[in-house]
Write a protein that binds this ligand. Structure first.
Ligand SMILES: [Zn+2]
Length: 537
């Protein structure tokens, strides 16, 4: 049981205490039932889930914050599938020697412009890591105009143990493959070829191939520039490409680690025909609000997010093919709804408004939250904080909380004090090199400048040692994560879900009541976006 929160008024404490683990159970049980068909984006089950969540908001007296006075933000998507038969990728040397690549085996590519056919004939420029990071005085482009060109790019970032240089061992967003595509597209490149090297990407080629082999979803309304071909090649293919250009790949990899690296145009062109099957579909974010009590500050907000989508039904698979997503992420929805109920019932409201968003298409690449970040119900500049919940294991009473990213905001000390008052310690990130911060919905808000992080449990639970919690975690990852077996069971214990909700409630209330908006630590990679949103540059 949580201690009294000294910084919360009695009305807030009362509301916080009303958060009920059994109501979270009821939500998880309902949303992960086979009747909801795994809540697939663009599938019937996903739509049923959205309708049900909106009905809960309404029942709790939480106001709509979506399109035209509804609880819904309509989000349009394109589902694109590269046609492996008609798509061709060839490297052509100056002397006309052609190397044709085999789709899936040697390369994969997606047309981000969702055109049905794109033809590319462009010089290939090697740009090392493809990073422009002024805060680390690092620029791989060195002012080169890459408009209309194809870029050969490495994943990850320059290796370092110095915490002040690309955060040392930790992966920054500059190391993520999504950044490489985005930066290249911003500069007008038409194609990017990422070089896959297992130890650099932290996942094998099969993972790349499988995630590009099928349909990729993208937002119809996306303000970011796009590439005609966003691709990957195997390391051995890159080696051959370098050879055909009269260069040595190992030397090229080495060169990229230097600040004085300069982009190199290869003596090889990319010729590519990329043919895509495109379908259009829609889904919805469910958005609600509790208005603040201060006549001025109520125009600002604190936000809570949790994705409601999961993987849906895979009809072509034998046996149980419903991906129920009980832990991932009916638990987060259960927490979100309890937060909404507690705020709506509070006898007094915080100064700022409180927003609740159950977002779609997280499993498609954080797309529902990306749309929310680009179309927030309150301008991003006026959102003080986003707290996200994703996959909170219902296994007991946690004594550790994970709030990775909080230390990057101005809320670090407040979060620490709060954890202490809940008798919890903060568990740090054991694998900062994996870049988990960039793989959950809070990141979609961070990239438009909103201080944001996820709240989850650490591995230490009451009555158990750390090894017990770690074993539970690896058992989940091995046997249920993203599998049809992520199902509701009556022996699930939602104590920790309720505790995480109360923790987020107390933190959100404080931030919604304090004089200043939260921000990023000076020099943080998201500080730029925050300033741009607040000052319009
Ligand atoms: Zn999830």
């Amino acid at each position: 049981m949580a201690h009294a929160q000294p910084s919360l008024p009695p009305e807030a404490q009362k509301a916080m205490r009303s958060i009920d683990s059994e109501k979270i159970r009821a939500t998880v049980k309902y949303l992960s039932d086979d009747a909801l068909e795994g809540r697939g984006t663009g599938q019937r089950g996903g739509d049923l889930a959205a309708d049900w969540i909106a009905a809960q908001f309404k029942k709790y007296g939480v106001l709509p914050a979506g399109d035209n006075g509804t609880y819904f933000q309509k989000v349009g998507f394109y589902g694109v599938t590269t046609d492996p038969q008609q798509t061709r990728l060839t490297f052509v040397t100056k002397s006309g020697v052609e190397t044709k690549l085999k789709f899936a085996e040697e390369y994969v590519a997606t047309d981000q412009t969702h055109a049905q056919k794109s033809e590319i004939d462009a010089p290939i420029v090697y740009v090392g890591y493809g990073i422009n990071a002024p805060e680390y005085k690092w620029d791989d482009y060195k002012g080169l105009d890459v408009k209309g060109k194809a870029l050969l790019v490495l994943v990850n970032e320059p290796p370092s143990d110095d915490p002040n240089f690309f955060k040392g061992r930790a992966l920054t967003y500059y190391g993520r493959w999504t950044y490489k595509y985005e930066e290249a597209a911003r500069r007008g490149a038409v194609a990017v070829i990422l070089v896959h090297k297992t130890e650099m990407a932290s996942y094998p080629w099969e993972v790349v191939r499988n995630s590009w082999g099928g349909e990729t979803s993208m937002l119809q309304e996306d303000t970011d520039p796009k590439l005609n071909s966003a691709g990957w090649i195997q390391l051995e293919v890159a080696r051959k490409l370098a050879q055909s250009a009269g260069m040595d790949l190992d030397q090229m990899l080495k060169d990229a680690n230097s600040r004085s690296f300069k982009p190199v145009e290869l003596n090889v062109r990319l010729k590519e025909t990329i043919v895509t099957k495109v379908r259009s579909f829609a889904s919805r974010n469910v958005v609600a609000r509790v208005p603040g009590s201060d006549p001025k500050l109520k125009n600002q907000a604190v936000m809570y997010t949790a994705h409601y989508d999961h993987l849906g039904i895979h009809r072509d698979e034998p046996g149980d093919n419903i991906y129920n997503g009980a832990a991932d992420n009916a638990t987060g929805c259960g927490i979100l709804l309890e937060l909404a109920r507690a705020y709506a019932n509070a006898e007094k409201k915080p100064a700022r408004s409180v927003l609740f968003a159950a977002v779609t298409a997280e499993e498609q690449g954080l797309l529902g939250s990306k749309y929310l970040g680009q179309h927030p119900p309150v301008p991003a500049s006026d959102i003080s904080l986003d707290l996200n919940y994703d996959d909170v294991q219902p296994i007991g009473d946690p004594e550790q909380v994970v709030v990775t990213g909080a230390e990057r905001t101005t809320l670090g000390p407040a979060v620490e004090r709060l954890a202490h008052s809940f008798n919890m310690t903060i568990q740090g990130d054991d694998h900062p090199e994996a870049g988990h911060y960039y793989r959950s919905d809070h990141f979609s808000l961070a990239r438009v400048g909103v201080p944001a992080f996820s709240v989850n449990q650490g591995a230490l639970f009451k009555g158990h040692d750390l090894a017990w919690g770690e074993e539970k975690e690896s058992d989940y990852v091995a046997h249920r994560y993203h599998q049809p077996s992520d199902e509701y069971r009556p022996d699930m214990d939602f104590t920790g879900n309720a505790k995480m909700a109360k923790f987020g409630f107390a933190l959100g209330w404080q931030v919604a009541s304090q004089a200043e908006l939260a921000g990023w630590q000076p020099g943080d990679e998201f500080e730029k976006a925050r300033k741009a949103s607040q000052h319009g540059f």
